[in-house]
Ligand binder design. Structure first.
Ligand code: GTP
Ligand code: MG
Length: 329
């Protein structure tokens, strides 16, 4: 019995040759299957198409499931900035992520609990900041993908355990391993010319487990730590102590400003700010709102807590955190 395939079948079949991914092929094969007239003469062809589809689907699934077990190299950025938590084993990185977000990373009282990058969102006032928990770093051990993740991040938290007797060595090990990969932590965006080959990453030291050490010992401990080079925040992830201060410092480390958009004749909305790099201007804001606005914008009006009550400003006006902007196009 002849198959009597319609011309549409052959048109679609041609597209199969140019399909690049298994997913594209599956879509085209399923389209072909729906075009094939359903009668005795096409039974073989239908079976052939179905086999091809199921083979492609099962190999795609196999790839996806092995991908889940391999290390996640890069974490897609989300929110106002990406902050990576690094540190020696057992210092409380995962506990801190759990205390600062709604996420539930694995926490263990033994080293090397965390094996993969684990992103979670932290709410700070009216914005979200992405935190990424990572496996520990020691003299003998660092995941190969971790330096790449750090290089791409907007900031780093170096989590240390105040109660660890070998704390200075643990800290030195982390800094050495990262310097081998040309990463150097700094407190501000400064770089000297002779260090140009290094990746300078803004970082904060988070001295954790303050609940375990007597208050009077903390100062001397902190002096031993790197104090003159990086800012230190003392916290207890367990008791949720010092976390508000830490959140504020994380926000300032990102160097972003929040800008509220206001439509003419309407009230501003304060729950969903645009976040822009510090130093951004009115025209940068217009571009962030809509890519056409940068060209169409005639002028803007500005409101702020202390300085402005609706004054007209031009496109080069530098914005500050929590300014309200009304764009006129
Ligand atoms: N007392 C006290 N214990 C803490 C604190 N933060 C974390 N811990 C404990 O320290 C242990 C290690 O915590 P984790 O969060 O798993 O440490 P980690 O740095 O993620 O460890 P790795 O994933 O192995 O690198 C757990 O038993 C936590 O409960 C804290 O502030 N105080
Ligand atoms: Mg962990």
């Amino acid at each position: 019995m002849p198959a009597n395939l319609p011309p549409q079948y052959f048109e679609t079949e041609k597209r199969l040759k140019t399909a690049k991914t298994p997913q594209e092929k599956i879509v085209i094969l399923e389209e072909l299957l729906s075009i094939v007239p359903k009668h005795k003469g096409t039974e073989k062809l239908q079976a052939l198409l179905k086999t091809k589809i199921s083979k492609l689907k099962s190999s795609a699934q196999k790839k996806a499931s092995t991908a889940r077990h391999s290390p996640i190299h890069l974490v897609e950025k989300s929110g106002a900035g990406q902050v990576v938590l690094v540190g020696p084993p057992n210092s409380g990185k995962s506990k801190l992520v759990k205390s600062l977000t709604n996420a539930n990373p694995e926490i263990g009282d033994y080293p090397f609990t965390t094996r993969l990058a684990y992103p979670a969102m932290m709410k700070y006032e009216n914005i979200q900041i992405q935190l990424v928990d990572t496996p520990p770093i020691t003299l003998d051990y660092m995941e190969t993908w971790l330096p790449e993740l750090i290089k791409g991040a907007d900031g780093v938290l170096l989590i240390l355990d105040l109660a660890d007797p070998s704390l200075p060595d643990a800290l030195t090990a982390v800094l050495m391993k990262l310097e081998e990969k040309r990463i150097k932590f700094i407190s501000e965006n400064k770089r000297s010319p002779e260090e140009e080959k290094l990746y300078h990453k803004k970082a904060l030291i988070v001295a954790n487990k303050k609940d375990l050490v007597p208050e009077e010992n903390i100062d001397t401990l902190l002096m031993e730590l790197y104090g003159e080079k990086l800012e230190i925040v003392t916290v207890s992830a367990l008791d949720q102590d010092g976390l508000d201060e830490l959140k504020k410092k994380i926000f300032f480390m990102l160097d972003v400003i929040r800008i509220y958009s206001k439509a003419p004749g309407k009230k501003a909305t304060f729950d969903e700010p645009f976040t822009l790099k510090k130093g951004s201007t009115v025209i940068d804001f217009a571009r962030a709102v809509h890519r056409d606005f940068a060209q169409k914008m005639k002028y803007a009006r500005i409101w702020s807590e202390r300085k402005y009550q609706g004054q007209m400003v031009n496109r080069d006006h530098v914005l500050e955190d929590e300014d309200v902007i009304e764009l006129h196009i």
